[in-house]
Design a protein around this ligand. Structure first.
Ligand code: FAD
Length: 486
């Protein structure tokens, strides 16, 4: 931007995933002139290859699993329930398309300027965009050899929201056929007969649950001692027990050498074994790599700014400010809790900070986490292990879904609610849920913890009967030993 000239926009947002579009829309609502730049489709990872397609697939798998129990509910089906995976995938794509159409409408409604192309910093608040050509591919270089040319825009403030991409293990190269990633499962319509999933975080565990419910033989390999390793140990153990009982082969402390992975015409073989133990051959139709995500910070021209990186992720403070004045970063590109609702929340904080509204910094101990396995897992705040590490004295209350009437009615009695509170003040420090619909139930804990509630207060709130929410109410009462139904 030449000295004295006014910038083209108040705010440029780089990347239109959940974080980016939320920031853009909020900025526009506050009266900012906003440009939203993306080389792909609005909605990013979450809408096109993440949250939404996976949850659509999981919904079909769950319905199928429930249909198999129809007789238990007195429902008579003619013949055995079956499924058509191509139709499941088509429904998945329809759900995505519907939400995508809605988002495109919101760009116009909010009067945000949409720019399709790949962005690079030319200076701290000057962005060069290789515009997408008719084929939807950005220009390959100056002049736009294969694309639609270039465009330079300026703004008072810039938010980096370029997200993340799938990451494999060294020596393991996904080919989309035998060695696949979440991108393949969320866009293709093929179902293997057997699969090994490497990585039992939320994504790997959700896929294990999905494939198993659709009749695929699943082996879940996790390097660490437990699955969903970021969750409370009781939640991790409960999910592992449930998976094992249902017939998913779970191997924790699993070790294999990428060099042992051999791709053939009919499948993949690898030598795998427990840490310190003998390795045995595992033969599967596909190997799914779910070992985390890499931030999109390369080729962004960050060297033309003072923005600092740590292990590839953009470094920010609690208000999403980078080391470069007027440049902010949000979402997966800053690492930490790489979740869509966290990205959106960070986007709102960044925009409110830019607008001078003095927002509260992000409190990562109050961000809910959800894993849509069967049974579901949801949590917020500290695990018991983290409380111990931080030297916090705690009390806890646990209540099993088996004693909740609604859980018996829906036929899903696995799991529990656990409430951890400060031993002295009773403030709720963590809530951990395993069981039916807990990814919805965690919202009550999120509201409570935002209001710095105590376990006593959650227990004092009337929970309607019969509902699954009673598990949380009872667990909160159990903190003071005053649960009623167990
Ligand atoms: P992204 O959604 O990654 O968007 C970044 C955007 O930036 C992309 O559209 C990309 O095209 C664009 N971009 C990148 N570089 C450039 C550039 N140089 N120029 C222009 N554009 C660029 N989270 C949940 O909360 N719940 C879930 O159930 C859930 N399920 C998931 C399941 C899977 C399989 C995966 C992979 C992830 C899941 N997540 C889930 C995580 C969630 O998808 C991410 O946390 C979220 O998408 C992050 O949003 P973002 O805006 O930071 O980035």
């Amino acid at each position: 931007m030449a000295a004295g000239s006014s910038p083209d926009f108040d705010l440029i947002v780089l990347g239109a995933g959940t974080g980016g579009y939320t920031a853009a829309f909020r900025g526009a609502q506050l009266g900012m002139r906003v440009a939203l730049v993306d080389q792909g489709k609005i909605g990013g990872t979450c809408l096109h290859v993440g949250c939404i397609p996976t949850k659509a697939l999981l919904e079909s798998a769950e319905l199928f699993a429930r249909l198999k129990k129809a007789k238990e509910f007195g429902i008579v089906l003619e013949g055995k329930p079956g499924f058509d995976y191509a139709a499941i995938a088509a429904r998945r794509d329809q759900v995505v398309k519907r939400m995508w159409t809605g988002l495109k409408g919101l760009v116009d409604k909010n009067k945000v300027t949409w720019i399709a192309g790949r962005a690079r910093f030319e200076g701290p608040t000057t962005i060069r965009i290789a515009l997408n050509g008719k084929d939807g591919v950005p220009a390959s270089g100056p002049g736009g050899a294969s694309g639609g040319g270039e465009h330079v825009i300026t703004a008072k403030d810039v938010i980096i929201a370029t997200g993340s991409r799938v990451k494999s293990l060294p020596g393991l190269v996904p080919d989309g056929r035998r060695i696949i990633t979440s991108d393949d499962v969320t866009t293709k319509a093929e179902l293997p007969k057997s699969i090994a999933i490497v990585g039992a975080g939320a994504v790997g565990s959700e896929f294990a649950s999905l494939f198993h419910d659709l009749g695929v033989a699943v082996t879940l390999l996790e390097y660490l001692p437990g699955i969903i390793p970021l969750e409370d140990k009781d939640a991790s153990a409960a999910l592992e027990r449930s998976f094992t009982r249902r017939g998913i082969k779970v191997m924790t402390k699993a070790r294999f050498d990428a060099a042992s992975v051999k791709v053939g015409d009919d499948g993949v073989t690898l030598m795998v074994g427990p840490e310190g133990g003998p390795a045995a051959e595992l033969k599967v139709e596909q190997l799914l790599v779910a070992t985390g995500r890499a931030p999109n910070t390369e080729d962004l021209g960050l060297e033309k700014t003072k923005v600092e990186l740590e292990r590839g992720f953009v470094k920010v403070d609690g208000w999403m400010r980078t080391a470069e004045p007027h440049v902010y970063a949000i979402g997966d590109v800053i690492g930490g809790l790489m979740l869509a609702h966290v990205a959106a929340h960070e986007g709102i904080v960044a925009v409110h900070e830019i607008a001078g509204e003095g927002p509260e910094p992000i409190d990562y101990d109050h961000q809910p986490r959800a894993t849509y396995t069967h049974p579901q897992v949801a949590s917020i705040g500290l695990t018991e292990q983290q409380c111990t590490e931080r030297g916090i004295e705690t009390k806890k209350g646990v209540f099993n879904f088996a004693a909740v009437a609604k859980a018996v009615i829906v036929g899903e009695t696995e799991g529990f609610a656990k409430v951890i509170s400060d031993a002295e003040t009773d403030e709720v420090l963590g809530v951990h849920l395993v069981g039916p619909s807990v990814t919805d139930l965690i919202a009550e804990a999120a509201l409570g913890m935002t209001l710095e509630t105590t376990a006593w207060e959650i227990g004092a709130a009337t929970h309607p009967h019969p509902t699954l929410a009673e598990a949380l109410g009872e667990a909160a009462m159990a903190v003071a030993g005053r649960q009623i139904n167990s």
